[in-house]
Design a protein. Structure first.
Length: 193
């Protein structure tokens, strides 16, 4: 038998530092029981940053410099980084060589490493845990409306909304399902979400 929880986001899709403490449910963690084998952490992307241009030695969009220039707008330990040209072409599709391109350092394109002698102008953004998202994030309570008899355990969103009016937002962003009994009893089962 399965229970499910939905992650719901509220308010602004933009990024702008830590959220206010007045969200509907202040926790971004799902209810504790039962234990999950799935990740419950929610991540968001920061705004795009372009603090340098390729004049001089190259385009230096380092995390350390960006953290100084934009305090509280980037988490100190991002989980990912993305770089594109100012026109939106992903950095990895430009054919240029990058000196640094990782979540710890940020992004550096040095002119000396380029065949044409100059880097394109890049912008970067970072993926941060939900605590740094301006979107209001919360988990619903666990729902369990069906048992695994007959054709299976049917925890459909449409049915859950009907049976729990006002408890689930219009456009959930994520869903998580957990077995009610130990996971070992479900090994080999097909789960469709």
């Amino acid at each position: 038998q399965w229970t499910i929880a939905l992650v719901v986001t509220f308010v602004s899709p933009s990024f702008g530092g830590r959220p206010k403490e007045d969200s509907v449910r202040p926790s971004s963690e799902p209810p504790e029981e039962p234990k999950s084998v799935f990740s419950s952490e929610y991540y968001c992307w920061t705004q795009w940053f372009d603090r340098d241009d390729p004049s001089g030695t190259g385009d230096w969009e380092t995390l350390s410099d960006l953290l100084k220039q934009y305090p509280n707008e980037i988490c100190p330990n991002p989980v990912d980084v993305e770089a594109t040209t100012l026109s939106g072409t992903p950095a990895k599709q430009t054919g240029e060589v990058f000196y640094k391109y990782d979540k710890t350092s940020g992004f550096v394109c040095r002119n000396e490493d380029q065949k044409q002698g100059m880097c394109k102008d890049y912008r970067v953004r970072f993926s941060c845990p939900s605590a740094y998202c301006s979107e209001k994030v919360c988990w619903t309570e666990w729902f369990d409306r069906d048992d695994p008899s007959g054709t299976g355990d049917w925890e459909l969103l449409s049915d859950l909304r009907t049976e729990n009016p006002g408890e689930i937002c219009e456009t959930p962003q994520h869903i998580q399902a957990k077995p009610k009994s130990p996971l070992s009893s479900f090994i080999g089962d097909n789960i469709y979400m």
